[in-house]
Design a protein around this ligand. Structure first.
Ligand code: GAL
Length: 634
């Protein structure tokens, strides 16, 4: 595969006589793809039923004639005002019962069937118009599901849909009562119509009630997306894509991805550091302020590679300062190039920058583009061009499966969000910190969904925080020839979110009998180095291989499977993963602070995220620079 570059462009923002020159300059920058259309509904259908295609026809023609491939977006994240007038109850409602308002974007509830049909109608109209256009060779459906916290909606439409969903799942209210344990606090129902949404209860609602609501909510996103897929499929053979986000976890991305050909995501490393990496301390944020966190992007590259079953893009790459984080510094020169090349090293087919020209109007005036508002090339354009040149040198890149995999499961995120049992317990965080340790050991990491039934050629599989087992995953573990490490807090619930009769985790001869969540300043030293932080389980176990200094059982083993009964700090993870890699025959490479490595079939690429130069082996990398070395002769 030879990676390509692209950009997001809004022809409706600029006079028509500038489009041709813009297109020419995109080609000069080395760009191949241009995404358009995803917010343009009000210009395509100003009045219901009156579709105005001529300007978009013209834009596609101008861009295509210049040699660009168009990614056409369906504009359903920004329904114009008349759509709201038509469906006044289409707004998402927050957990306090307040409807959101018109005046920005994503002002729709996924459960509103009228809006869902309206969106599908628009998607169909666009696919009919451009589905066979030779210049339109990919599609983006909607824009960033989950953005602006609109996935979970407590609207009357959601209530209606939820009752229906429950009736289909349980068939009888008695079955629901049993699954949820509604005898507790006299919460039993005698009809599905008596069940409410789990917000605004006096104290916490039943966790099983919440979990089903989270599952229902996720299914609404899948159904909304699927309605557009179904409307478009008959009219186009071009791949259908969605652009996912960083650390948005409130719907099952694997399930949405099953209906699409390619996964993509929008990567804003510095915005993420400031706004999304909530747990990192001030010193860390200062250290990486102009580079971004060294693992956050890699994690999502690997996640979305899995969501896209190997095919994934960056649909929006940060090109300079953004406007939406609490602080928005300027990226260090070289970082746009580094971020782009890192995505390429993780297997991106396309890296597309957001956006072409900075807009002098509306909400994102202070968000950089590849061009300044006065059309002069910005730093982002210079680095994009440099990436293009580098890609010509790198040529074809192949990405074999990694030796190490980590299981990531959206349901587990919802389960531990509902029942953290301690403020510090965040599932994403748990997985991310284990991922970070693996990456510090110089390892490529594949992410696998919990529906995996075969680990393939992997040698070490890591399964943190998995709420409940399924037979497929258990079978994969049993048949696996490599090492598996499970936990903490894995296999300790049934799918209904009850404690299993065995107590769990049902692996490695361990039984979890009590739980402890820890204050942030509590650290329990391990006998062999490193600490337990945030969480541990008291386990009964046969073969214990690690304890704290105070004698708590932390790690036990049976055959090729280990159970880790605690959340550990980085020192402890590094030590334990290194040992397991040794047992599994996986070579590790301890990387200095801020340096990360990603290997392709024929190259090893090193990325220096730190704010200082690093020396590693015989290499010296300036801050914000990367280097690649050939690892085979081919
Ligand atoms: C993304 C979004 C874009 C733009 C960008 C700004 O979340 O898809 O439309 O708003 O952020 O960083």
């Amino acid at each position: 595969m030879k990676p390509e570059l692209g950009v997001c462009y809004y022809p409706e923002h600029w006079p028509q006589d500038t489009w041709a020159r813009d297109a020419e300059r995109m080609i000069e920058t080395g760009l191949k793809w241009v995404r358009i259309g995803e917010f343009a509904w009000s210009r395509l259908e100003q009045v219901e039923g009156v579709l105005t295609w001529d300007w978009l026809d013209q834009a596609v023609e101008v861009l295509g004639a210049a040699g660009l491939e168009v990614v056409m977006g369906t504009p359903t994240a920004t329904p114009p005002r008349w759509v709201l007038d038509k469906y006044p109850d289409m707004l998402a409602v927050d957990a306090q019962g307040q409807p959101r308002k018109f005046g920005s974007r994503r002002h729709y509830c996924f459960s509103h069937l009228g809006y869902r049909a309206e969106a599908a109608r628009m998607a169909k109209a666009m696919a009919e118009r451009y589905g066979r256009n030779p210049h339109v060779t990919a599609w983006q459906i909607d824009n960033e599901y989950g953005c602006h916290e609109t996935t979970m909606s407590f609207s009357p439409n959601a209530l209606h849909g939820f009752r229906d969903w429950l009736a289909q799942k349980y068939q009888s209210p008695q079955a629901l009562n049993t699954a949820w344990g509604n005898i507790f606090w006299s919460m039993e129902y005698d009809s599905f119509d008596a069940v409410d949404l789990p917000n605004l209860t006096v104290t916490e609602a039943n966790p099983s009630h919440w979990l089903d609501f989270r599952r229902f909510t996720s299914d609404q996103v899948v159904a909304f997306n699927r309605a557009q897929v179904a409307a478009m499929r008959p009219h186009t053979d071009a791949p259908l894509i969605h652009n996912y986000m960083g650390r948005v976890l409130d719907f099952d991305h694997f399930a949405v991805g099953d209906d699409l050909e390619i996964a993509s995501w929008d990567s804003y490393p510095m915005g993420f550091l400031e706004q999304v990496l909530l747990e990192e301390d001030e010193a860390w944020k200062a250290q990486y302020a102009n580079q971004g966190d060294p693992d956050f992007q890699g994690f999502h590259h690997d996640l979305y590679r899995a969501v896209g079953k190997g095919r994934w893009w960056i649909m929006e790459q940060q090109p300079g300062p953004v406007n939406w984080a609490p602080y928005n510094p300027i990226p260090q020169d070289g970082m746009v190039k580094l971020w782009s090349m890192e995505a390429v090293a993780h297997g991106a087919e396309v890296v597309s920058y957001f956006r072409w020209r900075q807009a002098p109007f509306a909400q994102e005036q202070l968000h950089a583009g590849l061009l300044r508002p006065d059309s002069v090339n910005a730093q982002g354009q210079i680095e994009a061009r440099a990436v293009y040149e580098e890609l010509q040198v790198l040529g074809e890149i192949e990405h074999p499966d990694a030796d190490v995999a980590i299981v990531f499961d959206y349901e587990s995120q919802w389960a531990w969000d509902i029942q953290p049992q301690g403020q510090g317990f965040d599932y994403f965080r748990l997985v991310f910190e284990q991922y970070r340790a693996l990456r510090k050991l110089g390892l490529n990491v594949d992410i696998l969904p919990a529906t995996t039934t075969d680990f393939g050629s992997r040698k070490l599989v890591v399964i943190p925080g998995l709420m409940a087992w399924n037979d497929g995953l258990r079978g994969a573990i049993e048949r696996f020839g490599g090492q598996v490490i499970v936990g903490p807090r894995s296999g300790l619930k049934t799918p209904d979110m009850q404690i299993p009769p065995s107590l769990g985790p049902d692996v490695a001869g361990a039984k979890t009998v009590r739980f402890a969540s820890l204050r942030p300043n509590v650290r329990l030293a391990l006998r062999n180095g490193g600490h337990v932080i945030r969480w541990y389980e008291e386990i009964e176990a046969g073969h214990v291989v690690e304890t704290t200094r105070d004698g708590l059982n932390i790690l036990c083993q049976e055959g090729h499977v280990s159970y880790l009964a605690a959340w550990l700090d980085q020192d402890a993870y590094l030590r334990i993963f290194e040992t397991l890699c040794g047992a599994a025959g996986v070579a590790t490479e301890n990387l200095p602070e801020g340096l990360r490595k990603r290997s392709t079939k024929d190259q090893a690429l090193y990325f220096n995220y730190s704010n200082a130069p690093v020396v590693h082996r015989d290499m010296e990398l300036a801050s914000g620079s990367y280097l690649w070395v050939a690892t085979s002769d081919s």
